[in-house]
Design a protein around this ligand. Structure first.
Ligand code: ATP
Ligand code: MG
Length: 248
């Protein structure tokens, strides 16, 4: 089997008929964590939604391969069964579905207890998912939800945004635990993480950073070097054809 878990080739995507991605190429080897940076509206969430197969994102050109299979025409539930999972930037509220019922449906009630404590999420079992949750509570539930599913490829859309400084540490450590190599039967997971704040880089081992601008990945580099570059120079890269690590 190829050691490339996710491969995206020349991906063009429209949202409700509006073109939002204009030729994205991305390869993520098994076990690596990649980080996606980019300004508001550059297409980061659209890319994650297109990988998951969510409406209203329509692939108009290009291919998505996962575990050696082409998935860009597969429905979202099939992609989830294959091992894709996502924490949303703005997840929907599920009225009438309690945290406990959601967890039981996935079959991970015991896990909920241990990880809920680590994420300061005890006492939410009877609450409807995301109904009345604060911004930070929504984000902590999104991480917990991924813990319950343990997808082979975890897509995180701004997992720390809106989370207070103390809980960011809990979120960061939980993501690191989720991704880390635990046992031979539960090996290092693969991830694509969107961040604006970069806080998450203090807690996880990140292998590669990508910069997305105007619906394209315009450069890739060591994630910490790339983040430092963005903090200093903004989202524009040096005017050079050379790879980012040698140019910043
Ligand atoms: N359903 C839609 N209809 C029209 N335009 C859309 C739709 N969904 C997304 N877009 C547009 O696509 C562009 C990319 O949006 P996206 O949410 O992917 O950006 P982003 O990089 O995640 O931004 P942010 O950092 O603010 O979360 C934006 O200009 C957005 O307005
Ligand atoms: Mg977004």
């Amino acid at each position: 089997m190829s050691d490339i878990l996710l491969e995206i080739r020349d991906l063009h995507v429209s949202a409700d008929g509006v073109p939002v991605l204009h030729g994205v190429n991305l390869s993520i080897p098994t076990g690596e964590t990649h980080v996606l940076f980019g300004p508001n509206g550059s297409g980061k969430s659209s890319l994650l939604a297109a990988i998951m197969g969510l409406a209203p994102y329509e692939i108009t050109r290009g291919e998505i391969w996962f575990k050696g299979q082409r998935i860009d025409c597969s429905p979202v539930d099939q992609r989830a069964q294959m091992g894709l999972g996502m924490s949303f930037q703005r997840p929907p509220a599920l009225e009438g579905v309690t945290v406990e019922a959601f967890t039981a449906a996935i079959g991970s009630t015991a896990l909920l207890k241990t990880e809920a404590a680590a994420l300061d999420f005890a006492g939410f079992a009877e609450r409807d998912v995301n109904v009345g949750f604060s911004g930070g509570e929504i984000k902590r539930w999104e991480i917990l939800k991924l813990f319950l599913k343990r997808p082979d490829l975890c897509l995180f859309d701004e997992p720390e945004s809106g989370v207070d400084l103390e809980h960011i540490a809990a979120v960061g450590r939980a993501i690191d635990r989720l991704l880390g190599a635990n046992t031979p039967a539960d090996p290092q997971r693969t991830a694509l993480v969107i961040t604006h704040t970069g806080f998450i880089l203090d807690y996880i081992h990140a292998d590669v950073g990508h910069l997305m601008v105007n619906g394209r990945i315009v450069g890739s580099a060591d994630p910490r070097i790339l983040f430092r570059h963005i903090k200093t120079h903004g989202y524009s890269l040096p005017p050079s054809e050379t790879p980012i690590p040698s140019s910043i």
